[in-house]
Design a protein around this ligand. Structure first.
Ligand code: SF4
Length: 532
């Protein structure tokens, strides 16, 4: 008989999955669900995570940190369970006192989701669909068992105003280590707790290590970012680097438990060990050297992944970029794909919204920095996924022309990577959220040149996708990778037609794209059979 826990931690299916070992596939769930056939979503993009009893065998890193914080504060392992959404009805019963739900994009308002919705004619994203499925299930169980619901994570800002609709008792933002266990204890003691809670920052030596392996081997190496871009939310967190010894312990814990991937969670991998913006090449080199040798000890030869890096850090630390490529044995066939915000090539916009991102250079140097860093990256087998922002308040046609010129130059220099436009969103907790003229960007109210700027980036992305897609789909299950590759080529063709359509006039979005629905398996079959 499985013993029930008093505290149940979970997340929706768009988050509580392993993406078949390829986190990149998670972006597919930012599409409106009418454009993602069920079989594609549940079998390929977001498969179920295996369980041992009620416990997930591995889980999203953030939930593992919440679990670890509770255990470090005196809760017993028997009393806390991290469980995937398909087990929620079994994990919750009359003994349940608190359900914690981790959220990333519960209303489909994150930049990628917002942009894809706008360009495809709207509709609920898979991320929102999965959140609603989970939260309504939790709400109905709450009516029966009377537990409290705490919802937290980077997407909690999207849920302000929806607390009653979804049965949320506490909306939690910020770090979990210090404040979350205190809130849980208060609830268990029957004390009143505020509806909105901001978690306090923890000193890095007080951040407990995970006790459940992390999905795809994610391990956090830095918290926050000191560059202070106005549209960014992680920059509001105090910047810290996790001690190397703790990173190695978490990496080893995952490897010992059969996880074959290692991936660093960070806003900029080259900021590891930095003192503010004074970079620390030795710390970064030691981090990679230690991780690669630990991986080898466990017979894991896969590359150490990392989500983000910044161009300014890379240009300051050219040698470190090359060092990472050498120690990871990167090559044309085994490149790495970091996500990097270039934001805009207009010095005027740089100056106003993200001056710190270009430090130690000046805003007027930014276009040249981007070209030079792109060459450095490509020579080192780093194929970046650049994103840039459309819809900055006060952006003029000239600002968009500056970015188009940059994209043209990247192409003529033979740049290998992607350039994806993202519509501006006033992300909760960011500085721009408080500016009165900054709201969500809509295609209908963009100045002249903005759509051309979006199309230019998409076209370069399509061009390079054809060159890179087979490298991107490597890893994970070979059969799944093969299927995904076939689908990816079809998707690239479709994307090209879609972009060409928008380039001829945005009316096509409402007139045609908004009516497409391939959610059913028949819809998918029809698309494949009729696609030429
Ligand atoms: S560099 Fe990136 S993470 Fe840092 S503040 Fe700017 S947008 Fe945020």
């Amino acid at each position: 008989m499985i013993k029930m826990a008093g505290i149940v931690l979970t997340a929706d299916r768009a988050l509580f999955t392993h993406y078949h070992g390829n986190d990149f596939l998670g972006f597919g769930l930012c599409m409106p669900y009418r454009l993602i056939p069920k079989i594609l979503e549940y079998r390929l993009l977001a498969p179920k995570i295996p369980v041992d009893g009620l416990r997930a065998k591995y889980a999203p890193y953030a939930l593992n940190k919440v679990e670890a914080s509770l255990l470090a504060s005196g809760f017993s392992r028997e009393n806390v369970v991290v469980t995937p959404p398909h087990m929620i009805r079994k994990a919750i019963d009359r003994d349940t006192e608190i359900v914690g739900v981790h959220v990333l994009d519960p209303k489909g308002l994150a930049p990628v989701s917002w942009t894809l919705k706008a360009l495809s004619g709207g509709g609920m994203t898979c991320t929102e669909l999965e959140f609603e499925k989970l939260i309504y299930e939790v709400k109905s169980l709450k009516e029966k068992y009377k537990f409290k619901v705490i919802v937290g994570g980077p997407g909690s800002w999207q849920l302000r105003g929806y607390e009653d609709k979804y049965g949320i008792d506490v909306l939690y933002d910020g770090e979990c280590e210090i404040t979350f266990p205190l809130i849980v204890k208060k609830i268990l003691d029957g004390e009143e707790v505020p509806r909105y809670v901001q978690g306090e920052s923890a000193p890095v030596d007080k951040i407990p290590l995970i006790t459940t392996p992390s999905r795809n081997g994610l391990v956090q190496i830095t918290i926050g970012c000191p560059r202070r871009c106005r549209f960014c939310n992680p920059t509001m967190w105090k910047f810290r680097s996790i001690p190397l010894v703790n990173i190695m312990k978490e990496v080893e814990f995952n490897l010992k438990n059969g996880i074959k991937n290692i991936s660093f969670v960070t806003e900029d991998v080259l900021l590891y060990g930095a003192n503010g913006l004074q970079l620390n090449a030795n710390a970064v080199k030691k981090l990679f050297k230690s991780t690669v040798s630990l991986a080898k000890k466990y017979g894991v030869s896969r590359k150490v992944g990392f989500s983000h890096v910044s161009c300014a850090s890379a240009l300051v630390m050219k040698d470190t970029v090359k060092y990472i490529s050498e120690i990871e044995e990167l090559s044309e066939d085994e490149p790495t794909f970091p996500q990097i915000g270039l934001e805009s090539a207009s010095p005027r916009i740089v100056n106003k919204y993200f001056r710190g991102k270009v430090y130690p250079w000046k805003p007027e140097d930014w276009p040249d920095i981007l070209i030079e860093t792109s060459k450095l990256f490509n020579d080192s087998y780093w194929y970046p996924c650049y994103t840039y922002i459309i819809g900055f308040p006060e952006a003029t046609p000239d600002d968009y022309i500056a970015t188009i010129e940059l994209i043209d130059e990247l192409k003529s220099e033979g740049f290998i990577g992607w350039t994806f436009p993202l519509l501006l969103i006033p992300m909760g907790g960011s500085m721009i959220e408080r500016e009165k003229d900054a709201g969500f960007a809509y295609l209908s109210n963009l100045p002249e040149g903005a759509i051309d700027c979006m199309v230019a980036g998409w076209k370069l992305s399509v061009y390079n996708s054809r060159r890179l897609v087979s490298k991107l789909m490597k890893g994970g299950n070979p059969l799944i990778s093969k299927i995904m590759l076939r689908l990816a080529f079809r998707a690239i063709d479709a994307m090209e037609e879609w972009i060409n359509g928008i380039g001829n006039g945005v009316e096509v979005i409402n007139d045609v794209y908004s009516k497409v629905n391939i959610r059913s398996n028949w819809g998918l079959l029809r698309t494949i059979l009729w696609h030429r």
